[in-house]
Design a protein around this ligand. Structure first.
Ligand code: ARG
Length: 456
């Protein structure tokens, strides 16, 4: 196929160079956005008197038929084309003749690709937001069913203080809600149309960039044509937001992997989201959670690839920037796939409250509460802390829990101990007594549930 720019050249480019240069095998993902942008661009050209109504009619019909035929699979993409933009334009001219050659008036592939990528990223970002909301909803449902389920809360992965399973899960709801706002925030900044920036300097045609921007759902136009074609901040921002989502998912995955081990047995994953072993008949492996944890790395990698590609690039467009697409596509697709699998995995996960409670009983996670018991009866906190430490030393030696030490023995440690201490250090009381907002206390958890519901 003769190149669109063949006129200036004396010989054809090398086949290897063509293949190296071509991006159609990945940027064809944006064909819908490309065609939509072209339709609005053509409509503007007509409004501005640059093309006739008749030409617009055939361009629009031609583009619509191409859209239809690519979608149905009837029109095969030509892998020899340089990119999706060149392919669509060439196909349009093949179908409608000379009018097709007018489409690219007052436009360059530089602003065209900047536009397409923004349209694509906006769609994808919004579908990530929908998935995040579904995930928050799924986690919230499990939380609501487990407001009375007591488990050990950890620091350093050592049992620390009793919490409810609902409280623990709500922590993830907060993270994913922030992720929603992070993505939406990036979309707000991205939602300006670069179309009409042309190659870099704008155009001599009397174009109306604002009306195209409006028709394509943008909040306005990019105000500097050089920036319009050079900016890929929106890719970086969204990849960064996706990286944070993956980081959150990987932390949750790690916990689910731990929780479903025999060592914890706090949850059981549904058979549908686990796998067996090819050799060990007893195995039920949390592969989905492990894969999500693992895929976090590639999304970080995509972010790094884009940042590094952009580093030190002079203005305006450089071909380096063609490398943005595979990174953002991978980032988008990975985060979506991970969210899609995570949602049903959470929905079908079976919590095992008895095991959580049994774990909470051991590990002296009510030790802080026992110290508080003494301080509330006048003992300075440091002394109380030391006394309780000594009691725990005894428990460890005798393999007992704090509530298994009889009162007369407690009395030997401090006269302040009394019969009501047992009630005070029961796990239920430990939870109930946490009255600060945001805490694991029952009222606080109720407030958190209402908060998440309102945010959704
Ligand atoms: N395929 C190119 C990209 O993805 C499109 C823009 C090419 N512009 C140019 N002047 N060569 O970045």
């Amino acid at each position: 196929m003769e190149k669109m720019w063949a006129g200036r050249f004396e010989k054809a480019s090398d086949k290897l160079a063509d293949d190296f240069n071509s991006s159609i095998h990945f940027d064809s993902k944006m064909y819908k956005h490309d065609i939509r942008g072209s339709m609005e661009h053509a409509a503007m050209l007509c409004r501005a008197g640059i093309i006739s109504a008749e030409e617009l009619g055939s361009i629009t019909a031609g583009l619509a038929s191409i859209l239809n035929d690519i979608s149905s699979g009837e029109l095969q993409l030509d892998m020899n084309a340089e990119d999706i933009h060149m392919f669509v334009e060439a196909e349009l001219t093949r179908r409608i003749g000379d009018a097709g050659k007018k489409l690219h008036t007052a436009r360059s592939r530089n602003d065209q690709v900047a536009l397409d990528l923004r349209l694509y990223m906006r769609d994808e970002a919004l579908s990530v937001v929908e998935l995040l909301k579904k995930l928050v909803r799924a986690i919230l449902e499990v939380a609501k069913a487990n407001t009375e389920t007591i488990m050990p809360g950890y620091t350093h992965l050592q049992r620390a203080q009793p919490i409810t399973f609902a409280h623990h899960l709500l922590a993830y709801c907060m993270m994913f809600l922030r992720d929603v706002s992070r993505v939406l925030d990036a979309v707000l900044r991205m939602n300006y149309s670069p179309l009409g920036s042309c190659a870099l300097a704008g155009t001599t045609y009397p174009t109306d960039r604002d009306s195209v921007a409006l028709a394509l759902g943008f909040d306005g136009i990019t105000m500097n044509s050089i920036d319009g074609v050079s900016d890929r901040d929106f890719c970086v921002e969204l990849e960064a937001a996706f990286s944070v989502i993956m980081m959150h998912l990987s932390r949750f995955s790690e916990e689910i992997i731990l929780w479903s081990s025999w060592e914890f047995k706090f949850v059981e994953l549904d058979d549908a989201y686990t796998t067996g072993s090819s050799i060990m008949p007893q195995k039920k492996n949390p592969d989905m959670a492990e894969l999500v944890r693992g895929k976090c790395g590639r999304v970080y990698g995509d972010l790094m690839a884009t940042l590094t590609m952009l580093k030190g690039l002079p203005l305006a467009y450089n071909k380096d920037m063609q490398e943005d697409k595979e990174a953002v596509f991978d980032s988008v697709e990975t985060v979506k796939k991970c969210l899609e699998i995570f949602i049903p995995m959470i929905e079908t996960m079976k919590p095992l409250p008895e095991n959580m409670y049994a774990a909470a009983k051991r590990g002296f996670i009510n030790a802080t509460d026992l110290a508080d018991y003494l301080t509330k009866r006048g003992v300075p906190f440091r002394s109380a802390y030391k006394t309780v430490g000594t009691v725990i030393g005894k428990c460890v030696k005798e393999n007992k829990t704090l509530d298994e030490i009889p009162l007369d023995e407690y009395k030997q440690f401090s006269e302040v101990f009394d019969a009501d201490l047992y009630e005070e250090i029961s796990l239920e009381t430990c939870i109930k007594k946490r009255i600060s907002r945001g805490s694991t206390g029952y009222d606080s958890v109720k407030e958190q549930i209402a908060y998440v519901e309102a945010e959704l």
